[in-house]
Design a binder for this molecule. Structure first.
Ligand SMILES: *Cc1c(COP(=O)(O)O)cnc(C)c1O
Length: 413
């Protein structure tokens, strides 16, 4: 059997008694979201003909069309663009930004600097060449969070006539802050619209889907955007991204993803429809498994004396568990133990490396069936003080629990 310390096994039992109320709430949320998703499947009369795949131009691909409707119905939007060949979350976000912004417009980030990988697309970092928004004459400004919350006074001042689009990031990403709830995002959107009614509010929804009962789209977001190898793919989607929102925004996004004049009419699905459909059907349950793993991990690390975010009894709005190690060695040990507990590549030892796009060395543990899928158990961290590690995913709570116990055993060793 696996090398789990006796003390950690005992601790795990204690912890599970303590976190039972959180698990009950997670189950209730999964039940609620499952009904939303199932309802969308029933309403749209999904049949096995939707699993057939198109080739070539991909005209009249009924599976592709039903997937868009199911996402839209589940998220309460007018339309959606869900494609296996949106290569990741960054690509989906870039499509959405380029879809609505034109030369002379301004993009305003209202929850601080967007996720690292967007910097080059916007033109904040890099040489601004290669077709960034900046190169196309789109301006960028940002309003940092104040005490971890949106800074309403400054946002109001920054909402000048040239602001076409506001980007809001739901998840904390690599920051030590609270993830915004859908409701908080809704309040922010209402505020933005009260100052500038025509500002397009776009939400980076990565890691947030199905963690709460509502999505930002239920609170007025014009677009929500995410990756299919995170929450919404349910561990089954092999690749992809989505943009759900108003009919107008989704149409513009489709023109950007394919070509003006083509939009949603083309795009062969090459056999991906069943994975995407079944993954979305599974997603509320799988997300609950990941959230339970995060709660268990948070509680375990608290017991071992580490500061965690969210706290084990804190509110959850994404699947990420942050742990402050204050020690590079412990952080690396933790990530290596998560890798050892993975179903794929368990024998590989991850080491910190100079990953493109990051200023510090990064360590990544991801022994996943779908390469890099972070709805599967994974841990990563930039190697810099205060040495914060990020754990996310877990296709099953049982396997996530084992991984956390192995990591805890390695830490007390
Ligand atoms: C994962 C993520 C992205 C996109 O990253 P990809 O690796 O390109 O999928 C963007 N924003 C946030 C908050 C994320 O967590």
């Amino acid at each position: 059997m696996l090398n789990i310390d006796e003390r950690i096994i005992k601790l795990a039992e204690e912890i599970e008694a303590e976190i039972a109320p959180q698990f009950k709430e997670i189950d209730a949320i999964a039940q609620y979201n499952q009904e939303k998703v199932l309802n969308a499947f029933i309403k749209n009369k999904v049949s096995d003909s939707h699993f057939n795949h198109s080739t070539g131009y991909g005209y009249n691909d009924v599976g592709r069309e039903v997937i868009d409707k199911i996402y839209a119905d589940t998220f309460g939007t007018e339309d959606a663009l869900v494609r296996h060949n949106i290569v990741n979350g960054t690509h989906a976000l870039a499509i959405a930004l380029f879809a609505v912004l034109r030369p002379g417009d301004t993009l305003l980030a209202v929850t601080g600097k967007p996720y690292d990988t967007l910097e080059e697309a916007i033109g904040i970092s890099g040489d601004g060449k290669g077709g960034s928004l900046k190169e196309f004459g789109v301006n960028y400004r940002q309003v940092d969070l104040k005490d971890n919350k949106p800074d309403y006074d400054t946002i109001k001042k920054e909402l000048t006539d040239d602001v076409k689009c506001c980007i809001i990031q739901r998840s904390k990403g690599y920051d030590w802050r609270d993830t915004l709830s859908s409701k908080e995002i809704g309040e922010l959107i209402a505020f933005i619209k009260s100052v500038k009614p025509d500002a397009i509010c776009m939400v980076d929804n990565c890691y947030g889907e199905f963690v709460e009962r509502d999505e930002p789209s239920n609170y007025g977001a014009d677009m929500i955007v995410g990756s299919l190898i995170k929450n919404v793919g349910g561990g089954l989607a092999q690749s992809g991204g989505y943009i759900a929102g108003t009919r107008e925004c989704v149409e513009l996004a489709a023109y950007r993803q394919t070509s003006p004049g083509i939009g949603k009419e083309c795009g062969a699905t090459l056999g991906q429809n069943r994975h995407i459909l079944q993954g979305f059907f599974m997603a509320p349950h799988i997300v609950a498994q990941a959230v339970k793993t995060a709660v268990f991990c948070g509680a375990m690390m608290e017991k071992l004396g580490f500061e965690v975010n969210p706290a084990s009894n804190g509110k959850r709005c994404d699947i990420i568990q942050s742990i402050k190690f204050n020690d590079a060695e412990k952080l690396i040990k933790f990530c290596q133990a998560i890798q050892m507990a993975s179903p794929v590549d368990s024998y590989v030892t991850p080491e910190p490396w100079d990953m493109p796009g990051y200023n510090h060395q990064v360590i990544m543990a991801a022994g996943t069936f779908v390469s890099g899928a972070s709805i599967e158990i994974s841990a990563d961290a930039p190697i810099k003080p205060p040495y914060v590690g990020y754990l996310q995913g877990g296709l099953t709570y049982e396997s996530g629990r084992i991984a956390v116990m192995l990591a805890a055993s390695a830490l007390i060793d």
